[in-house]
Design a protein around this ligand. Structure first.
Ligand code: FES
Length: 127
């Protein structure tokens, strides 16, 4: 699977919102650093976080076990499978929040905003 990623910090820098039309098009046109915007492959059996780390990126995490939400990402396209037991409430799952530490891509292409742990929605979940 190919994952296109964007750092949540960039959104506030540019005044963008996760729901903006063509958010990733704007990111592609903004000449961002590779740390903040780009794409990589996730191999079968790898979690999204493992794949990011394998490519040399330092995405946020803490527990690596689905219990803290520090590794949360917002999925704008595609799907990540997740184990049944994890910290995200159904309401946030419906809005596209997933965990990168135990989420494995199940679609060929994904678009994710990573580093979303600072979004107010996740305040109560961070340990
Ligand atoms: Fe804690 Fe992913 S690192 S839930």
């Amino acid at each position: 699977s190919e994952v296109e990623y964007l750092n949540y910090d960039v959104l506030s820098d540019f005044g963008w919102e996760p729901g903006d039309d063509d958010l990733f098009g704007k990111a592609a046109a903004a000449d961002l650093d590779e740390v903040d915007y780009g794409a990589f492959e996730v191999h079968p059996g790898e979690s999204l976080l493992e794949a990011a780390e394998d490519r040399g990126f330092a995405w946020p995490f803490a527990c690596r076990g689905g219990a803290c939400a520090n590794c949360a990402v917002l999925l704008l396209d595609g799907e990540l499978s997740m184990p049944a037991s994890h910290v995200l409430p159904e309401e946030l799952m419906e809005r596209g929040f997933r965990l990168s530490c135990n989420g494995m891509p199940i679609t060929d292409e994904l678009k994710v905003v990573y580093n979303v742990k600072h979004m107010p929605e996740l305040d109560d979940l961070l340990l």
